[in-house]
Design a protein around this ligand. Sequence first.
Ligand code: FE
Length: 175
Amino acid sequence: MMIRWAILLSIATGACSATTSPAPMGQTQASAIHANNPYYSRTDTAHLAVGDAEWKRILPGDVYQVARHAATERAFTGEYWDFEGVGTYYCAVCGNALFRSDAKFASSCGWPSFYQALRPNSVRYREDRSHGMVRTEVLCGRCDSHLGHIFDDGPPPTGKRFCMNSIVLDFVPGT
Ligand code: FE
């Protein structure tokens, strides 16, 4: 019984600390998390055409729902919405480099926000008419995973706000 309570306590503590002080994902952690994902690569930029059933088999359930079915994580709950680490954000599904931390800005929206992508083809765009709105969806340029949406209320120099879901981002510290 004592062991069971200790495990529960450690899980609860971990859950709380994950929302208040995120641990940046280094190469070792990322490698462990993506061990079952043969498509994950931070160097291969070739476009991926992987079926839904395969992604469902490979990805953690919460990542799968956002990445492949455009679910949205609740505002102010993701790992990176108020995170200020210096480094690079990669697609958590395929490893594609998406954003540099120097393009991230403090936004009150509750999701990590960037004013530009790392490369023009890091992402691609698609019109999204769901939920009675007309928005522009942002997809990973390599694996087509849903990342979030882009809006025209961002800061200079672009005026854009890439409003992303933390769960589909891997942060790797470095300059
Ligand atoms: Fe991707």
